[in-house]
Design a protein around this ligand. Structure first.
Ligand SMILES: [Ca+2]
Length: 481
């Protein structure tokens, strides 16, 4: 009996020292929240001048942190953009070139670390709320198998806002919602963004006394565009909208903004707002699915706005890849500033992990730690170059110069233009400083610059997986004769 006691004691001491070792790794107790919205355009937040939107809480985050005037995502559509964000790498390097659709058999590779893998190892509580979209065909792809202690949301790439089935028999917009690995009974009529807000707040309430990481990935303001009446009433009481979809977008955006406000209140209530870092961004630029003739003339959109940037979601023109993007981090990042050098969503993971002193994965990062730049310790631009690809669209940016291929010549998707064959797509060279709206192709004027960027692009592109887990795209170098 005594022997058993000593064994138990030994086990206790060992396990205590083991957990102490784990806790010791937590060099700092900063909490991290990534708020990722879906398909919000550059011109859809108040602090970018959208006076017809109601985003007081998002604007407050911007005014209390640093916002990026050239904040990019690494891809112009949901799936790869999210894969890049959560890994700190260009997702084409590990085979993610497209969205995991409803029938996808693949998922995010298990040998590629995600942010929560590293933070959980360092002793963080990890929670994911919202849209998963990292694969759902096998158990190993699911959030509860990928080091999230808590999950509330759906596994696929999109969801309706007012109802979810408990089986996969319904149309895919209504596939199940999970709490951890259990399918929940969803009350018909509940607004999904409200549920995500509640669950995000609930996760913070349960974990405020220890370091946590919350990945809050709304599916709003993505299709199917719909919002509960109370948000529309508040929009109508404060804003005038003549276009019905812009009004709906304003309501959907307000629901997210309310969530941001509730999260801030919860952090303040527990006295952890000062040591919580919040990244807020959209996963890609404005979608062009609903629009009218005005959009062609102005290069802008009447539902979701790019503020005049060329192109939309799916393009490697600026409108597809430049998004609202900010960080509020009272301990480290100046408040009330804008930062004008280009940054990209794959910078978030190395910024967090390097701050915590966590070792980078063997695969390394393509993003960089932004803190020295945002604090003004390093006056250089964080990136020598940036690279994008999606299907037949590619881009490469170096300084103010950008080389870009886009498979539709017009700025506007709804026209029934023939989509160009890969061999027909000619790259364009823009100087973004002089021509931020990408109207003037300069490759004939600056052939040396064109050749320099083309050569560097080819070297970069050839490092990427070819078809990867998807049928498209092929590397530009190998795919074009
Ligand atoms: Ca998206």
């Amino acid at each position: 009996m005594k022997k058993l006691f000593y064994i138990q004691l030994l086990f206790f001491v060992l396990s205590t020292s083991l957990s102490a070792k784990k806790i010791k790794k937590k060099v700092k107790s900063t909490n991290f929240i990534i708020i990722l919205v879906d398909d919000m355009g550059y011109g859809d937040v108040g602090y970018h001048g959208a006076l017809d939107m109601m985003t007081p809480n998002i604007d407050k985050l911007a005014s209390e942190g640093t916002y990026f005037t050239q904040g990019y995502v690494n891809c112009s559509v949901c799936g790869p953009s999210r894969a890049g964000l959560i890994s700190g790498r260009y997702p084409a390097k590990f085979g993610i070139n497209g969205n995991f659709g409803a029938n996808a058999k693949n998922g995010f590779p298990n040998d590629q670390p995600m942010l929560q893998d590293m933070l959980k190892e360092a002793g963080y509580k990890t929670g994911a709320v919202g849209k998963w979209h990292f694969g759902h065909a096998k158990e190993e792809f699911k959030p509860w198998k990928r080091n999230f202690d808590f999950f509330y949301g759906f596994l696929v790439g999109g969801h309706g806002y007012f109802w979810a089935d408990t089986t996969y028999n319904a149309k895919k917009d209504n596939w199940p919602i999970y709490r951890n690995s259990e399918i929940v009974k969803y009350k018909r009529g509940d607004y999904l963004t409200d549920k995500f807000n509640e669950e995000a707040v609930g996760f913070i309430e349960r974990n405020h006394d220890e370091p946590f990481f919350l990945y809050l990935a709304y599916n709003a303001v993505h299709y199917p565009w719909s919002v509960s009446e109370n948000y529309l009433e508040r929009v109508d009481a404060n804003r005038e909208h003549h276009f019905k979809y812009r009004r709906i977008l304003a309501g959907m955006t307000l629901a997210i903004d309310d969530g941001v406000g509730e999260i801030m209140k919860t952090l303040e209530k527990h006295g952890i707002d000062e040591n919580t870092a919040i990244f807020f961004l959209s996963d890609n630029g404005a979608p062009a699915t609903i629009a009218g003739p005005t959009a062609i003339n102005t290069g802008d959109h009447i539902m979701s706005k790019t503020n005049g940037l060329r192109g939309y979601k799916g393009d490697t023109y600026e409108g597809g890849i430049r998004v609202p993007f900010l960080v509020k981090w009272p301990e480290e990042v100046p408040a009330g500033k804008s930062y004008i050098e280009p940054v990209i969503s794959i910078d978030i993971v190395p910024t967090i992990t390097e701050y915590l002193g966590l070792q980078a994965p063997e695969t390394g990062y393509d993003g960089v730690n932004l803190l020295p730049y945002l604090k003004g310790e390093n006056k250089q631009s964080p990136h020598d170059y940036m690279y994008w690809r999606y299907q037949d669209d590619y881009a490469y940016r170096k300084g103010d110069w950008k080389l870009t291929w886009n498979d539709q010549e017009k700025v506007f998707h709804m026209t029934k233009d023939k989509v160009l064959d890969k061999k027909e797509i000619k790259p364009k060279l823009f100087n973004l400083k002089n021509d931020p709206y990408e109207r003037h192709d300069m490759k004939e004027v600056y052939p040396d610059k064109y050749n320099e960027l083309l050569e560097e692009f080819n070297a970069m592109d050839s490092q990427m997986s070819d078809a990867g887990l998807f049928k498209v795209p092929f590397n530009r170098v190998s795919g074009v004769e």
